[in-house]
Write a protein of this length. Structure first.
Length: 246
């Protein structure tokens, strides 16, 4: 509406009204705006006598919450929201890994086992893995087996259908090469340090189970026998994994 001049006296807003949401007794409930990834707008404690909350909506009617109509949210998402319901989520992981060759042969194919701890700001995981690649030339053929242990430090961002993570992965590897030739070729053993940067995406199935995909880019620090000396060698890794949380 306007007066006699150009000054706006009243601005009409979209129709909004308050509705009442009622929660059953015996549980603690958190009401989020928009979706599970949105901000908390109300909290009903397990022992609160008042089980009704009045909220402002552009549409809708008052209703009573039924547990059977709710969607379960993964434990790790509750931890990262910092609501105080769960301070720590943790559990085992396993996966398959593909690494680029270090011998000008085939990619290194293998797997890993790990354990993950998640708090509000960061996720910390340890993993033990093994992979094997094959190589050959005019003089010999052989296999290269890597066994590694690593520490993974990541930060996660939760979206409605997926969780994305960025982080760093320091670690150490034991590498053994077994050679086959017409002459004498003893096995070679060595150690390497590693530092990778990772990007990961995962999807939760219920509260406890999840699957995901990782891509890593980083450097191995190792000593080569031919030519002799230490070198820093770039490499890529990719993994698919699954895990459980408690």
């Amino acid at each position: 509406m306007k007066g006699e001049g150009p000054i706006v006296l009243t601005r009409l807003l979209p129709s909004q009204r308050r509705v009442v949401v009622e929660f059953p007794p015996g549980r603690t409930y958190y009401l989020f705006r928009g979706a599970a990834s949105g901000p908390v707008v109300a909290e009903i404690g397990e022992h609160d006598a008042m089980r009704r909350v009045s909220v402002r909506l552009a549409g809708g009617t008052s209703s009573r919450i039924d547990d059977g109509s709710l969607t379960r949210i993964a434990y790790a998402r509750l931890v990262r929201k910092g609501l105080g319901i769960i301070e720590l989520a943790h559990g085992p992981q396993l996966g398959l890994r593909l690494r680029g060759t270090m011998t000008q042969g085939s990619p290194c194919v293998g797997g890993f086992l790990g354990y993950l701890w998640e708090v509000r700001a960061v996720s910390l995981a340890t993993r033990v893995g093994v992979c094997r690649e094959r190589f050959e030339n005019e003089l010999l053929e052989g296999t290269s087996t890597e066994a590694d242990v690593e520490l993974r430090l990541t930060h996660a961002w939760d979206l409605p259908w997926a969780t994305f993570e960025l982080g760093l992965v320091p670690g150490a590897s034991y590498i053994r090469q077994d050679l086959r030739t017409s002459g004498l070729a003893p096995a070679r053993n060595g150690f390497a340090g590693q530092l990778f940067a990772l990007a990961a995406a995962s999807h939760d199935f219920g509260q406890r189970t999840y699957v995901g995909l990782e891509i890593e880019a980083g450097t191995y620090f190792l000593r080569r026998l031919d030519p002799q000396g230490w070198s820093a060698e770039f490499n890529l890794r990719s993994s698919v994994f699954a895990g459980l949380r408690w």
